[in-house]
Design a protein around this ligand. Structure first.
Ligand code: PMV
Length: 344
């Protein structure tokens, strides 16, 4: 029996525009998913989700078949650039797990030595902008690497997680999986950011689980981009400029303009059409009492927009206001721990 865990992430700046090659700033946080893998004497693959109490059983042949099918759906969607088709696969609770297993064994170019069971427990809200799918894939892939006694190489694991992410989201930037696998604060692409001092205090507010999946939100932005190329190119460039300033603030711990940069990032996300009315109301409320807030990740337009990253100089005051209005929130902090083997 071996346990592997992976963190969730927050997007401090640059989501969506990162899909178009612009930079983003992300950080791993202390909410984690833990996956325990146990070899079995038969050739079944068993799954148990501790949070929901749901379980299921499958066989490797079915996983292989599913992996090949999603690969061909992906190839077709890539050539048509129609990633909305991922809606269904992302909504089936076990698809992600099977794809992660299938992609891993395809990469290793062999079958499992024996059957195994996977038991999953997650503190990361699902489908709410905290990278739950990348974290789930990363932890499953890591667990299989332990079971199969493969070399623990995070770069290799990250490549497989990215393949799994593509099968469920279409064309993700790769920022989520890279942050989750390596941990820490990351300017994507390319470098780790190490703030010399403390970072502005924040909490995470629940604006409600989006009805739309990440794949759908990315596809929605793509459709609008195709309709109004110049407008969206300008939105992405403005986001890039703000993201670079936010990265500079973290690199130097000079946060004088930080709140207005977060607000500007949020307004640009609103113009991209990824923020719901409910999320906007919460964000304006945070601003009205001296804070700054933005959605975090893909967002959502119809109902909830997932997690809101909210900064305030006096977190207690923000917490009081949220409690009074019965808006759910939770505290979190950044972590350098990416994907890890818990028993080592
Ligand atoms: O909502 P999440 O955690 O899946 O984050 C998506 C972030 C996007 O920038 C919208 C997509 C991407 O691939 O980077």
């Amino acid at each position: 029996m071996m346990t592997v865990s992976a963190p969730g992430k927050i997007h401090i700046s640059g989501e969506h525009s990162v899909v178009y090659g612009k930079p983003a700033l992300l950080a791993a946080v202390d909410k984690r998913i833990r996956v325990t893998i146990t070899p079995l004497n038969d050739n079944t693959i068993k799954y148990k989700d501790i949070n929901s109490g749901k379980q299921t059983v499958s066989h490797f042949a079915e996983i292989q078949q599913r992996t090949l099918e999603t690969k061909s759906v992906f190839a077709k969607a890539s050539s048509d650039r129609r990633f909305g088709v991922f809606r269904q696969s992302e909504k089936n609770p076990w698809t992600l797990h099977k794809i992660a297993i299938g992609e891993t064994y395809q990469f290793l170019n062999r079958k499992p030595k024996s059957g195994f069971s996977l038991s999953l427990y997650s503190e990361i809200p699902i489908g709410s902008g905290m990278g739950s799918s990348a974290a789930t894939s990363a932890a499953i892939i890591g667990a299989i690497f332990c079971l199969e006694q493969e070399t623990w190489d995070l770069q290799t694991i990250n490549k497989i997680v990215y393949e799994a992410e593509k099968r469920v989201h279409g064309l993700p930037s790769g920022a989520d999986n890279t942050t989750i696998v390596h941990g820490g604060l990351l300017r994507f692409p390319s470098k780790t950011v190490t703030p010399p001092g403390t970072i502005p205090p924040f909490i995470l507010i629940q604006s409600g689980k989006p009805i739309e999946t990440t794949g759908e939100m990315v596809a929605n932005v793509r459709a609008k981009y195709n309709e109004k190329k110049e407008t969206f190119k300008a939105l992405f460039s403005q986001t890039e400029a703000i993201t670079e300033q936010i990265i500079k603030a973290f690199e130097t711990s000079a946060f004088e303009n930080f709140y207005s940069l977060i607000q500007e990032n949020q307004r640009l996300l609103e113009k991209m059409g990824v923020v719901s009315e409910r999320a906007k109301r919460i964000i304006r409320r945070v601003e009205s009492i001296g804070g700054a807030a933005k959605i975090c990740g893909a967002g959502g337009k119809k109902k909830g927009s997932g997690i809101i990253l909210a900064f305030h100089p006096q977190i207690k005051m923000l917490e009081q206001a949220l409690k009074k209005e019965q808006i759910p929130y939770f505290c979190s902090s950044l972590t350098n721990k990416g994907l890890i083997r818990e028993d080592i």
